[in-house]
Design a protein around this ligand. Structure first.
Ligand code: SF4
Ligand code: SF4
Length: 341
């Protein structure tokens, strides 16, 4: 066990919040960090996660609190004023809730492609340290997961975290269930600890960010009588692009025979069809493309397509916007088309 670990002297608990979507491994990451701190670094620690719906791609927050061994951790409330926020998908930075409450002296780590600096970063405090790591690409190259990369970057950001203790805990976590992943995770971890970029002069805010205020639009005093939903059909505003793990389906219209098999298996109804009249005056239906706002990248359409018209391609910044065929063009006009990044 590593001894003599000294936490930053902030007079309170040291708090880390992982911001992610289901499927990227944020819960496991929090578990590994807290386990390493408690079992191998002699600290006190606690960890838990909160989830949206069970569906892959919904928001997941994972919370880690650390304290010196002689200081008890007596709260299990969600972390509202974190010292560190780790963002597993750069698309999440479009939502102010992702960075809410971050401290001016804190650190933000986000997974983003080379050169990717999301607009949302300007809402950070000017003094917050910002680190970018291409967790997705490293994970794909090393046949690992983004969480291993991001834990590596976290150890680089927080020198008091014992790197070897973290690595040993990462290894123990997978040695039993996925022994083949141990070496890959170690490579991903080490690259995460080295291949990050520090983004300078990006935040514009003075002081700590305020915590996210919780003022539900509808509480027991204000809910419409009878539980009526006055805005039905609001799933049209869903945005599942953060569910994709670096890959997207792409349609080659020249190879498509419009058989509809992909539409039968797509769980999110994101394929866009149009009706025409052929030369004989008969109605025909053709596949026009994909609305990537609703596509979570499950690749069922690719696996089902018998003509190879639908293929899996690496997703690069802006590609989904370029190839997107909107399912609801009128909605796109109303929102300025800002759903997919
Ligand atoms: S399964 Fe393939 S060929 Fe059939 S409609 Fe879909 S993309 Fe076109
Ligand atoms: S990958 Fe294909 S099947 Fe899966 S959600 Fe996207 S369009 Fe639908």
């Amino acid at each position: 066990m590593a001894r003599g670990i000294v936490l930053p002297d902030n007079g309170r608990l040291f708090e880390i919040r992982f911001e992610s979507v289901g499927g990227l491994g944020a819960h496991a990451a929090g578990q590994i960090v807290a386990s390493a701190a408690v079992l191998r670094m002699g600290l006190n620690g606690s960890h838990f996660s909160s989830y949206g719906s069970e569906k892959k791609g919904s928001v997941v927050r994972s919370f880690v609190r650390l304290a010196a061994a002689d200081r008890a951790i007596r709260t299990s409330a969600p972390i509202e004023l974190p010292d560190v926020v780790v963002v597993f998908h750069s698309g999440l930075l479009a939502h102010p809730a992702t960075i809410a409450g971050i401290r001016a002296a804190g650190t933000l780590i986000y997974a983003g492609n080379d050169g990717e600096v999301p607009e949302g970063l300007c809402r950070l405090p000017a003094t917050t340290k910002v680190m970018r790591v291409d967790a997705q690409t490293i994970a794909i190259e090393e046949k690992s997961r983004p969480n291993a990369v991001l834990i590596g970057t976290l150890t680089a950001a927080l020198p008091f975290l014992d790197r070897q203790a973290m690595l040993n805990t990462l290894e123990d976590t997978f040695a039993g269930r996925h022994p083949e992943a141990v070496a890959a995770n170690e490579r991903a971890f080490r690259r995460g600890a080295e291949e990050f970029e520090i983004i300078e002069n990006i935040g514009r805010i003075e002081g700590d960010l305020p915590r996210l205020s919780s003022n539900p639009l509808w509480g027991y005093r204000t809910a419409p009588i009878g539980g009526v939903l006055p805005t039905p059909g609001n799933t049209a505003h869903n945005d599942l692009h953060t569910s994709r793990n670096g890959w997207m389906p792409v349609l080659d219209a020249d190879k498509c025979i419009h058989c509809g098999m992909c539409d039968m298996v797509c769980p999110d109804l994101c394929l866009v069809w149009s009706t025409h009249t052929d030369d004989d005056g008969k109605p025909t239906v053709t596949l026009d493309g994909i609305d990537y706002q609703y596509c979570k990248g499950c690749m069922r359409c690719v696996e089902t397509c018998s003509t190879l018209a639908m293929t899996r391609e690496a997703e690069t910044p802006g590609k989904a916007n370029r190839l997107r065929v909107p399912l609801f063009p009128e909605l796109m006009q109303a929102t300025g088309g800002k759903h997919v990044t």
